[in-house]
Design a protein around this ligand. Structure first.
Ligand code: S3P
Length: 433
């Protein structure tokens, strides 16, 4: 994919459905009794991996490729059957980690594997707490890495009070899901609150689940009931267009129906602090998740400091925030974000290396990066490392740079945003190509 400097991005459009909510709607719909009707489901490769895993465990899922309506015929907490082969999660960390919690409570053995990236990602963070609950999880290569084999818990699962080192919704959700199968209540306390889609959706479906400050507690044995889930647009996908709208001169973009749950809206707080010209219109509730339309206009930005409890609310947006920081006046400091090192790629290293190649003033730190804005960027050849968020961030950088930017392995946007380049084109990003 080749990108050149752009001007005047204009238009109204919608980004695809939220990835985190789409995954959960399939998983929890499978564990509920009756049908779960999903609209605006994200047809990205990660969520399709989740559908295929649950089909392998005997769940009937109606989904016509190309359509975003999905119908799950749930069979209750104990309705899954032993899959024939290995459960393939593809590139999806959310699928592997949340399913670890669900599979720990089953009476059959199963093995999960995925692509070469998933085989490098730390699974010890779910294996440890689930093992404390009595789960039997074996990392085949060792070191807490996938493939993982999960055998029935001999004495069943036990409730625990878990103090997590990391603010991770994947870890929290895995433990809460195992908690549905435990013999007493389970609670998870995080250093900062991570995204709460699991809590919202499980509660709607009938689970006894409560949140207080940074602790979530769940009682076992709920009878979950199928639900109607209207998935809002993914704010993590909207982030690329927020950045493009703010930075490409002359732009005005309206992104409709974006999820703005307060555990996910850190990017909006950041652009406000950067002095962005934007509005959130038409704020409404779509089945307990809040959504709104985001109107973005070209703006002069100033630097910000980002850290602490803000980090989990924008963790996936940090690569594109780093791009924005290159065009902001002053020095942006991103700290407390060492989680970036264990995403689909090491996002601190990859952003610092490639933005440096393009001419940015950027330095890696132990837990983030420091970026001084104002140096013009020059197009370069960027390897996405097969990380969808890296590919999309550098596509935006390419629209703001002199010369040509070539993204290698650009197709990996399929993971979360199959029509990303088409939507950029519709807004006029390729008029100069
Ligand atoms: C996700 C949680 C985040 C995020 C990932 C999706 C989820 O990961 O980076 O893209 O759906 O729970 P962590 O919870 O590990 O931070």
């Amino acid at each position: 994919m080749i990108l050149k400097r752009a001007h005047n991005l204009k238009g109204t459009f919608q980004v695809p459905g939220d990835k985190s909510i789409s995954h959960r709607s399939v998983m929890f719909g499978a564990l509920a009794m009756g049908t779960t009707q999903i609209t605006n489901f994200l047809e990205g490769a990660d969520c399709l991996s989740t559908i295929s895993c649950f089909r392998s465990m005997g769940i009937q899922i109606e989904h016509t490729p190309g359509l975003t309506n999905v119908l799950i015929h749930g069979k209750g907490l104990h309705g899954l059957k032993k899959p024939e082969g290995i459960l393939d999660v593809g590139n999806s960390g959310t699928t592997m980690r949340l399913m670890s919690g669900i599979l720990s409570g089953q009476s059959f053995e199963s093995t999960m594997n995925g692509d070469s990236s998933i085989q490098k990602r730390p699974m010890g963070r779910v294996i440890d707490p689930l093992s404390q609950m009595g789960a039997v999880i074996h990392s085949i290569p060792g070191g807490g890495l996938a493939p993982l084999t999960i055998s029935p818990a001999k004495g069943g699962l036990h409730g625990i009070n878990y103090l997590s080192r990391v603010a991770s919704a994947q870890v929290k959700s895995a433990i809460l899901l195992a908690g549905l199968y435990a013999d007493s209540k389970t609670s998870v306390t995080e250093p900062y609150v991570s995204r709460n889609h699991t809590e919202i959706m499980l509660k709607r479906m009938g689970a006894d689940i409560r949140s207080e400050s940074t602790t979530v507690t769940i009682l076992p044995g709920a009878k979950l009931t199928g639900d109607t889930i209207e998935v809002p647009g993914d704010i993590s996908s909207a982030a690329y267009f927020i950045a493009a709208g703010l930075l490409v001169p002359g732009s005005e973009i309206l992104i409709e129906n974006v999820g703005i749950n307060s555990t996910r809206d850190g990017i909006l707080r950041v652009i406000k602090a950067m002095g962005a010209d934007f509005e959130i219109l038409n704020i409404r509730n779509t089945d307990s998740e809040t959504a709104g339309d985001i109107l973005i206009r070209y703006s002069e930005l100033k630097a910000v400091e980002i850290g602490g409890d803000l980090i989990p609310t924008l963790i996936d947006e940090i690569p594109v925030i780093a791009v924005m920081a290159c065009f902001a006046k002053g020095t942006t400091v991103i700290k407390d974000a060492s989680e970036l090192k264990v995403k689909e790629s090491n996002r601190i290293d990859v952003m610092v290396k490639n933005l440096s190649i393009m001419g940015a003033d950027i330095t890696a730190t132990e837990d983030g990066m420091i970026i001084t804005g104002g140096k013009p960027l020059t197009g370069a050849t960027i390897d996405s490392m097969e990380d969808h968020r890296i590919a999309m961030s550098f596509a935006i950088a390419g629209l703001l740079s002199d010369g040509e930017t070539t993204i290698k392995n650009a197709i990996c946007v399929n993971i979360s945003y199959p029509n990303f380049y088409k939507d950029l084109e519709r807004l006029g990003a390729f008029k100069n190509n």
